[in-house]
Design a protein. Structure first.
Length: 289
């Protein structure tokens, strides 16, 4: 077993990231022609503007951060992530144009001066958003919200997001050990609060207590893909799909664990709550395992 924080650990998670890179151009992917209900559904998805802004900003920020790194092994891997984030922005932009989705042009991204803190904060946010995206993607696919050709395009994109968050947690741990800082109590509390707040907001959205939170647009938009989607089913799906994505990685690599653990706690809490009288006891929707 590789010892965390060592040169061997660094080479392992960086080389894995580089070796699993996919070479493709968004513009040449097999985008299907959509019409009727399918086209209307594609255009009605509410998070395209947020997604475009997020990916564009990530591409610029990660690429700039790579330029500041002296270690050639880390520099190569993070520069590659910058290219992938930039490509995600191109992909979303092409999709919006190809399907005639009308959105306001996102504001120009402002990159903080402390680029390492920006990269770290983005990494934690990406862990949260990707985890929820895994569940939302499966729910939308199982409900046949869009043609299979669309899901076939985005499935490897989600694998890329899984690569990003696995790389991030290994990079963060490696850096903390190298600096002999460990995982500070302050950062642990802040991260737990951020994730916990997102989970609470998601439960409130499902229950009709709050409006959709644009800062967690991937998670809180899941309700549009399935009628009577419950928070229990959503968290269960996220757990299952996260386990499926993470099973592709070597056990020697660290994986994000906080969101799955918080989801399990949330499920225990939700199962203790009294059920609504009008709740649907049986649903034809089934989650793939």
């Amino acid at each position: 077993m590789i010892k965390l924080g060592t040169e061997e650990h660094k080479k392992c998670f960086c080389q894995h990231f580089i070796d699993t890179h996919l070479d493709y151009k968004p513009e040449t992917l097999p985008w299907p022609e959509l019409e009727g209900v399918a086209l209307e559904r594609m255009r009605s998805i509410p998070f395209w503007k947020e997604a475009l802004y997020t990916e564009r900003k990530a591409g610029i920020m990660v690429s700039r951060f790579a330029e500041t790194i002296e270690d050639p092994v880390l520099k190569e891997a993070i520069a590659l992530q910058g290219k992938e984030e930039t490509r995600h922005g191109r992909l979303i932009g092409y999709l919006i144009k190809h399907y005639g989705i009308e959105i306001e042009e996102p504001e120009k991204a402002e990159i903080p001066n402390n680029i390492e803190i920006a990269f770290t904060d983005f990494g934690f946010e990406e862990c949260l958003d990707s985890y929820f995206a895994f569940g939302m993607f499966n729910i939308a696919q199982q409900s046949n919200y869009l043609p299979d050709e669309i899901f076939n395009i985005f499935d490897p994109i989600l694998d890329e997001e899984a690569r990003h968050i696995v790389f991030f947690v290994n990079w963060f741990t490696y850096l903390q050990i190298q600096r002999r800082q460990g995982f500070s109590t302050l950062r642990a509390l802040r991260t737990s609060w951020h994730y916990g707040r997102a989970l609470k907001g998601l439960i409130d959205v499902f229950g009709g207590v709050a409006e959709r939170d644009d800062q967690a647009f991937t998670a809180t938009s899941a309700t549009m893909f399935m009628d009577d989607l419950t928070p229990e089913l959503f968290f269960e799906t996220c757990l299952q799909q996260n386990a499926k994505r993470m099973s592709k990685f070597s056990p020697e690599l660290l994986q994000p664990e906080l969101l799955p653990n918080l989801s399990k706690i949330a499920l225990l809490f939700l199962r203790l709550l009294p059920k609504k009288k009008d709740a649907i006891a049986d649903s034809s929707f089934k989650v793939t395992r």
